[in-house]
Ligand binder design. Structure first.
Ligand code: AMP
Length: 404
């Protein structure tokens, strides 16, 4: 049996097909620029001898429905999915599940309605997910579909962590609270970290750091999230590629009053023009690393602000947890940027965090690994994230639990 994972955006659908038996990814790809005159479709797949192939085409894709149709045809033509009946489940990534979804949910009309209800909280993401879900459900009425929410893992946060200190009615009437994102990734790396530590997850206290173009930190006590750095939206918290992360809310008031910015202007400024890009004109950490090494002061400052903020969150979550088994780095930057990891851990020896600087910097090391010294009380781990695999496994488990 196989599981298909779909991540539908407003004009694109990313997909991955897994073989359940060994969770091998048999195919992955992308349908992009849906609704534009020239769409783009990509497919990578493994043939029966496990040799990889890829194909790419440009053709108009008018709707999500047509996109799904294309995906199924491409999977069939490449031989990785002979018939739709081989699909045990379809797992859909959904960014926002509001407060209702603490677990993945088998998709039915009420789940679709609940995803629609929180569109105001995730206007950039949930409408695209809905288009993908509806297209897939009408295409494969017989295949169970499951929504896996980025917010679900964070639903165990206590009110002390998720409420903002603003008038209560904004919470009760408008659902303004902290939700947190990247939950599927934090959950996946937490489970892998528990394996690497050789302990059950429900005995592990962890600080997981998902550092990619979007970035978030999560405090995990006994395997459950107790705090996370993203809030009502993915704008709060760490410095990101183009997002500011934490700022004094009075900056927003100032920008409205003195620079005449409206809601759209603020959204653009804080979500798309800030973060690393705003600080040094570049949002790719590889390039920033090179610029800083060549003496570029703005790039150096961007790294300093990023790692200063990271360290603040590590310290805060350490204080919340009291005891930490491991720091877990993941995401494009967390997995690859040794200098960011070094500077985030620098000076934390008194907290029991002792990085092995050679292991940390070694380019020979790839994949899951421990990069702390043997005497480090807190282990420092690098765990490549795999959100698609986590979605596939959660989708199958959800279907199996319901059918049991
Ligand atoms: P993600 O959103 O998880 O794909 O991560 C994207 C970020 O990871 C970008 O800022 C990339 O520059 C960064 N990244 C990827 N590979 C490296 C690397 N080898 N060194 C530094 N940063 C990297």
């Amino acid at each position: 049996m196989k599981v298909l994972v779909l991540n539908s955006g407003s004009s694109s659908i990313k997909y991955q097909l897994f073989r359940v038996q060994d969770w091998q990814a048999l195919a992955s790809g992308l349908v992009a620029r849906i609704g534009e005159p020239e769409g783009e479709v990509k497919l990578n797949w493994l043939d029966s001898d496990e040799v990889s192939h890829s194909s790419q085409e440009s053709l108009p894709i008018s709707s999500h429905e047509q996109g799904i149709d294309y995906i199924i045809r491409a999977l069939r033509d490449s031989g990785v999915l002979v018939e739709v009946g081989e699909l045990a489940a379809i797992g859909h990534r959904v960014v926002h599940g509001g407060v209702r979804f603490k677990q993945p949910a088998r998709i039915d009309d009420s789940v679709i309605e609940a995803i629609r209800e929180v569109v105001p909280l995730a206007p950039l993401h949930n409408p695209g997910h809905l288009a993908g879900i509806e297209a897939a459900c009408s295409h494969f009425p017989g295949v169970p579909s499951v929504a896996v929410f980025d917010t679900a893992f964070h639903q165990t946060m206590p009110p002390a962590a998720y409420r903002y200190a603003i008038p209560e009615a904004l919470y009760t009437e408008h659902r303004i609270r902290r939700y947190g994102f990247h939950g599927t990734s934090h959950h996946y790396v937490a489970k892998r970290a528990a394996e690497l530590l050789g302990k059950p997850l429900d005995q592990c206290n962890l600080i997981s750091l998902h550092l990619g173009n979007g970035a978030s930190a999560t405090a995990i006590r006994a395997g459950q999230c107790v705090d996370t750095s993203m809030g009502l939206t993915p704008l709060e918290g760490l410095v990101m590629g183009t997002r500011s992360g934490d700022i004094d809310p009075a900056v927003v008031i100032y920008l409205c009053k003195h620079l005449g910015l409206d809601a759209d202007g603020l959204d653009r400024l804080l979500n798309r023009q800030s973060g690393l890009l705003g600080l040094c004109g570049v949002n790719d950490m590889r390039e920033i690393d090179q610029l800083a090494a060549a003496g570029d002061e703005r790039a150096e400052l961007a790294i300093a602000i990023t790692t200063h903020r990271l360290k603040k969150y590590i310290g805060a979550y350490y204080a919340e947890l009291g005891r930490v088994d491991a720091l877990v780095f993941t995401g494009g930057i967390g997995e690859n940027a040794a200098e960011i990891r070094r500077r985030a851990c620098e000076g934390l020896e008194r907290l029991g965090i002792r990085l092995d600087t050679e292991l940390n910097a070694s380019r020979a090391q790839r994949g899951e690994r421990c990069i702390s010294l043997p005497e480090s009380e807190v282990r420092v781990l690098v765990v490549p994230t795999n959100e698609e695999l986590e979605i596939a496994q959660q989708a199958l488990r959800t279907v199996a639990d319901i059918d049991r």
